[in-house]
Design a protein around this ligand. Structure first.
Ligand SMILES: [Zn+2]
Length: 353
């Protein structure tokens, strides 16, 4: 609710008001979001952790929680709103558009709100944005590049805001967060970055497969901020016999405790479901010796996680219409999980087993 509803509600204000007018509201909005997050996660005692707060404001694709800072986004959002609006004004009222365009492109006599739009442009350029349109190009309706993979709910992807804010977020990560971070936190940020790695933050819990238990959600959220986890202490496992640290580093990394295998199960279940919906006969955790492959020792202890047979693809497409429907379903799944087609090909090749 916080990231999908409360965070984006600031968008309207920071787009229509220049930053000088929206900053007080934006600061209160950001403080309220953080305070609420700390309360609902039972972490009121950690609310003064400034670095964790900064990480939380980063987009999920940059390793954060997507609780975006309206105050930081305001200059980009305001600039983007003018860029997006100029072509509409050009269509509806060309005379007004000509006056606005003249003011935006001249340094003298510009209205204060247009000066702030230009200040936003300068800020974006100073933080590394190299592919922004000129005001004249904006009036012609030039479109932004495709948004990054894994955009947050706060990323207004219909115009230039998502692209512009992305510049500010990358700059903030590289110039503010990373220099203040320990090597362990930097590694964690790298590990949890990327659209697919943060897809769970954007998932709507509309069915059991998209739902995390309260404890797992707590662990996943706190792990991103490098906060103590609600895990029991003691030893990790008999294999390594090392102490479990409160931050979860040992628990996440131990290759002997069986947790790595546990982490692979959701992905395996996802593929099993996709392949079942595609019409295949799916078997999970099949012994390699039972897979009908030649030359496998009867004592072989390896398993294949997912095996699908009888799909209407590979070695003949017996039901083209069914395949077409299936393909559409897979496209939908891909857009959700952002799995690569290369992975899909590997699984489809299993159908030949
Ligand atoms: Zn262990």
């Amino acid at each position: 609710m916080l990231s999908q509803s409360a965070v984006p509600r600031a968008n309207h204000t920071i787009r229509i008001l220049p930053p000088s007018a929206s900053s007080a509201y934006a600061a209160k909005h950001d403080a309220a979001i953080w305070e609420t997050f700390c309360k609902v996660t039972g972490a009121a005692g950690l609310s003064e952790d400034a670095l964790a707060k900064q990480v939380a404001t980063l987009p999920g694709r940059l390793g954060g929680l997507g609780l975006r800072s309206a105050e930081r986004s305001a200059p980009a959002a305001y600039w983007a709103s003018w860029v997006d609006a100029l072509s509409v004004i050009q269509t509806k009222a060309p005379d007004v558009a000509a006056t606005v365009l003249h003011d935006l492109e001249s340094s003298a006599g510009t209205a204060p709100c247009l000066q702030e739009a230009n200040a936003g442009l300068e800020l974006l350029r100073s933080q590394g944005a190299a592919d922004l349109p000129t005001w004249a190009e904006a009036s012609q309706g030039v479109r932004p590049p495709q948004p990054d993979e894994g955009i947050d709910a706060a990323d207004l992807d219909r115009g230039w805001q998502c692209h512009a804010c992305s510049t500010l977020e990358h700059f903030f990560l590289e110039q503010v967060v990373l220099p203040s971070s320990s090597s362990a936190r930097r590694s964690l940020l790298l590990s949890q970055s990327g659209g697919p790695a943060s897809a769970w933050l954007r998932a709507i819990p509309s069915e059991p497969a998209f739902t995390l238990s309260p404890l797992r959600l707590q662990v996943a959220l706190r792990r991103r901020l490098r906060w103590p986890l609600p895990l029991s202490g003691g030893r990790c496992c008999r294999g390594c016999n090392k102490t479990l640290d409160l931050l979860g580093d040992r628990a996440a990394a131990c290759p002997l405790a069986g947790r790595l295998k546990l982490r692979s199960r959701p992905l395996e279940r996802t593929w099993a479901r996709v392949l079942r919906e595609a019409g295949g006969r799916v078997r999970e955790n099949l012994w390699l010796r039972d897979a009908g492959l030649p030359g496998i020792d009867p004592g072989d202890g390896r398993r294949i996680e997912v095996v699908a047979t009888g799909l209407p693809v590979a070695r003949g497409m017996k039901h083209p219409r069914k395949f077409k429907k299936t393909f559409k379903s897979l496209q939908t799944f891909k857009s959700f999980f952002k799995l690569s087609w290369e992975s899909l090909k590997v699984f489809l090749n299993l159908a030949k087993v």
